[in-house]
Design a protein around this ligand. Structure first.
Ligand SMILES: NC(=O)c1ccc[n+]([C@@H]2O[C@H](COP(=O)([O-])OP(=O)(O)OC[C@H]3O[C@@H](n4cnc5c(N)ncnc54)[C@H](OP(=O)(O)O)[C@@H]3O)[C@@H](O)[C@H]2O)c1
Length: 250
């Protein structure tokens, strides 16, 4: 698959390299291509540098990982090229990089539910566990107010098929967990089923287990300040993590 990566920084550059290693054809953007020389040489032609508009046009799928402060400018330069494409948004508000998780269940997940000390379930957890977890996320978040980066991007470029992923965990942790059993859950939010399947395929290719956390509104759970930010969790525990995250919205 051809993948265009907008913003080949710490996150985008890392993901671009892994996409190329997985056999995808990858184009990255940079205003300083000389800084990418070593990475490009290592990838033997499967990674190339293009202008931002060219990379967006090149990609069948686009990975969107610029600084959030540059996101509007990046969208303005690529809106027509992004139309009709799956675009995976990995940004966080205010350009914050997730803090390294303190333990297996980081961030908001200090509760006993996840560590197994208590198996007491709340009605909210039950709702998330028995129904499609993503729908529960949408319902809950509708009352929480605020807008996710993903919703903002949808407003800026409504012709693209936007998906949220790769924004919760710092690159050093992604590097450590990539491809290792038990696979780490990668939370995915989107309103679009086909786009979700495409994003999930790429997430699997890169050595993670995609886990659907809800629609565009639920993306706020995963962004800075949300309970799924910095949540390093094995896929078998992801349903519990999402239920716990939803319970924090009360
Ligand atoms: N780093 C992480 O561990 C991590 C993890 C999860 C999510 N994120 C999120 O990912 C986003 C990027 O973080 P990062 O740590 O990778 O940042 P970074 O290392 O500073 O890289 C930012 C990238 O954005 C590009 N950029 C800046 N201004 C641009 C513009 N006007 N047009 C096009 N591209 C532009 C830069 O390209 P140039 O080379 O042209 O300067 C650079 O490649 C942030 O929203 C962050 O919250 C980061």
């Amino acid at each position: 698959m051809r993948i265009g990566v907008i913003g080949a920084g710490r996150l985008g550059g890392t993901l671009a390299t892994w996409c190329a290693e997985s056999g995808h054809d990858v184009a990255v953007t940079s205003r300083h291509p000389e800084q990418l020389r070593e990475r490009l040489d290592r990838m033997n032609g499967r990674l190339r540098v293009m202008s931002i508009h060219q990379a967006a046009s090149f990609g069948e799928v686009v990975l969107f990982a610029p600084n959030w402060s540059s996101a509007k400018e990046a969208v303005d330069q690529t809106r027509s090229a992004l139309a009709g494409k799956v675009v995976i948004d990995a940004t966080n508000p205010a350009d914050e990089v997730p803090s390294p998780p303190a333990g297996a269940f980081a961030g908001a997940f200090t509760g006993s539910f996840l560590t197994g000390a208590s198996t007491k379930s709340t009605p909210l957890m039950a709702a998330a566990l028995t129904g499609p977890a993503g729908e529960a996320g949408d319902r809950m978040f509708a009352h929480a107010g605020g807008k996710s980066n993903l919703e903002t991007l949808i407003e800026w470029a409504p012709g693209a098929h936007w998906v949220k992923a790769f924004n919760t965990i710092p690159t050093d942790v992604l590097s450590r967990r990539r491809g290792h059993d038990p696979l780490m859950a990668e939370f995915v939010c989107t309103d679009e089923r086909d786009a979700r399947e495409t994003a999930c395929r790429i997430i699997r290719d890169l050595g993670f287990a995609p886990f659907y956390a809800g629609g565009a509104k639920a993306a706020r759970l995963t962004e800075t300040g949300g309970p799924l930010q910095s949540c390093e969790v094995d896929v078998k525990d992801a349903t519990d993590a999402l239920a716990e995250a939803l319970s924090t919205l009360r």
